[in-house]
Ligand binder design. Structure first.
Ligand SMILES: [Zn+2]
Length: 84
């Protein structure tokens, strides 16, 4: 078995701000995400801070950049690559 490189088309999306509810998947033309674990959902925007401190929370892009910062929020199945 060879180790596959990470699939760069897979991106992390927030389904909610709850624990283990950030999923890795692909966004579809209808705006829903099909996650590795099989969930299909409409992603919620990420939040970012804009402006001078203390700044204002504004909606950011729907996809997370890179890896989720908080593993507590990551879906266990998606974290391990989903279905194999
Ligand atoms: Zn998942």
């Amino acid at each position: 078995m060879t180790t596959k490189p990470p699939d760069s088309s897979l991106v992390w999306y927030l389904r909610s701000l709850g624990d283990h509810d950030t999923h890795q998947g692909r966004i579809r033309v209808d705006g829903t995400v099909l996650a590795c674990c099989g969930l299909r959902f409409t992603p919620r925007p990420t939040l970012r801070i804009a402006g001078p401190p203390p700044g204002a929370l504004v909606a950011g892009p729907r996809a997370l950049r890179g890896s989720p910062p908080d593993l507590e929020q990551v879906c266990h199945e998606c974290q391990h690559g989903g279905a194999r």
